[in-house]
Write a protein that binds this ligand. Structure first.
Ligand code: HEM
Length: 401
């Protein structure tokens, strides 16, 4: 019997979704799960859609539950960069792209290392702690807040705003009062940057012109929100998911810990494939079209199951369903999407994760996950809310030292 396919239900993604992915890939890779709504489970088809914005547009929403978000909540005061198609999309992307070039990201390395050390220094060793609260959440928050130029707000406050924005991805779940505070804070930060220019990403956005015009306040707020949230929950869950995966594969963890600096970049690439922190984004068919032999009608909503594409044996071979940090980097995984909207912060996320895992495996190669990870209920983020952990050097490692 075919498994239940219900991507609009956050719980569906937590119940044996891997079985559903495997069935879809084998039996019906481009599957109509209800009228006008499709899921796409295979690597090649996800790439085909992502590279063709003329045929598959982002303008009608990219979140699984966007079709349900009527009327729009206050966060949708303007289209985000994620929801733009050419020719507008590259014009907006260009505003901030210079802050994310390999060279610009490379310059951040010393500061990210410093912040990472502070985060680890603040975490108690050899006692029960929540790895998400102490390690995985703080670093990406500190980095993106600093890059954007957000001052005078606590890490806890930022996290609350960011978490609530993610909840807004699923209709009816978010606290609009908290989101209102976030919008108010951003409006003030924008006003301060207009009054006293600074050297940060928010200034790039405030000063930018598209077709000779400055961005409206609504556009500025949505742009900031997208960057803050995109640069935050995603990297957090790459780190927490990667930490779980390594704990579940002790031989790979030992191999990684033998030479963390040398092996981290490679390991992080496999963690990205394995965890796939963004489970899915969507597109809308702009006209009647065909995909893998299926007739898709104009206006149909097509959900790209990145996490399934990242387990597709036709791309990753017979070991696609195994975690292997020695896997070759080619073919590239889909964790950052593909095509024109390819994640702008990919280099930054890779660098942050690389630094965190170098630090973790150098200081605490024997860390223990001491309880079941509490999974986040979301149609967007493959997340861990709580991860009971003890940061410890580990008996074998302590003896060797
Ligand atoms: C592990 C971490 C991350 C993952 C898995 C991830 C994933 C993604 C994915 C799948 C997309 C494609 C959207 C689409 O095709 O519709 C995307 C776009 C984007 N990401 Fe990331 N992201 C991560 C980290 C970051 C960071 C650190 C930033 C920094 C600010 C960032 C900023 C963005 C932006 C601005 C876009 C939109 C690009 C565009 O529409 O042109 N992301 N990300």
């Amino acid at each position: 019997m075919p498994p239940r396919i219900a991507p609009e239900d956050p719980q569906w993604w937590l119940d044996d979704v891997e079985t559903a992915y495997a069935w879809l890939r084998a039996e019906d890779p481009v599957h109509r799960w209800r009228d006008g709504h499709w899921v796409v489970a295979t690597y090649d088809e996800i790439r085909e859609i992502s590279r063709d914005p003329a045929r598959f547009s982002s303008a009608k929403g990219v979140l699984v539950n966007d079709p349900k978000r009527v009327p729009d909540p206050p966060v949708a005061m303007a289209a985000s960069i994620l929801e733009l198609d050419p020719p507008e999309h590259p014009r907006y992307r260009k505003i901030v792209s210079r802050a994310f070039t390999p060279r610009a990201v490379g310059r951040l390395e010393p500061r990210i290392r410093e912040l990472s050390r502070q985060v680890f220094d603040a975490a108690p060793a050899d006692e029960d702690l929540d790895f998400v609260d102490h390690i995985a959440a703080p670093l990406p928050l500190l980095v993106i807040a600093e890059l954007l130029g957000m001052q005078g707000v606590s890490q806890a406050q930022f996290r609350a705003w960011s978490d609530e924005t993610i909840k807004a991805a699923d209709a009816g779940h978010a606290d609009m009062e908290i989101l209102g505070e976030f919008v108010h804070f951003l409006a003030e930060a924008i006003a301060e940057h207009r009054a006293r220019p600074r050297d940060d990403i928010l200034q790039l956005i405030v000063d930018a012109e598209v077709d000779g015009e400055r961005l409206s306040d609504g556009e500025l707020i949505v742009f900031c929100m997208s960057l803050l949230v995109a640069g935050n929950e995603t990297t957090r869950n790459l780190v927490s998911g990667g930490t779980v995966a390594l704990a579940e594969h002790p031989d790979q963890r030992t191999w990684f810990a033998e030479s963390p600096a040398e092996r981290a970049a490679h390991a992080v690439e496999e963690m990205l494939r394995w965890v796939t922190p963004i489970k899915a984004f969507a597109r809308t068919a702009t006209g009647d079209t065909e995909l893998a032999g299926r007739a898709i009608a104009a206006g149909d909503y097509v959900v790209l199951l990145y996490a399934s594409g990242n387990r597709d044996a036709s791309a990753f071979g017979p070991t696609a369903d195994r975690f292997d940090i020695t896997r070759p980097p080619d073919p590239a995984h889909l964790a950052f999407g593909f095509g024109g909207h390819l994640c702008l912060g990919a280099g930054l996320a890779r660098l942050e994760a690389k630094i965190v895992f170098e630090e973790l495996l150098t200081r605490f190669p024997g860390y223990e996950v001491t309880g079941e990870p509490v999974r986040l209920q979301s149609t967007l983020i493959n997340g861990v809310e709580r991860l009971p952990t003890v940061l410890t050097v580990g008996a074998a490692e302590a003896e060797r030292a």
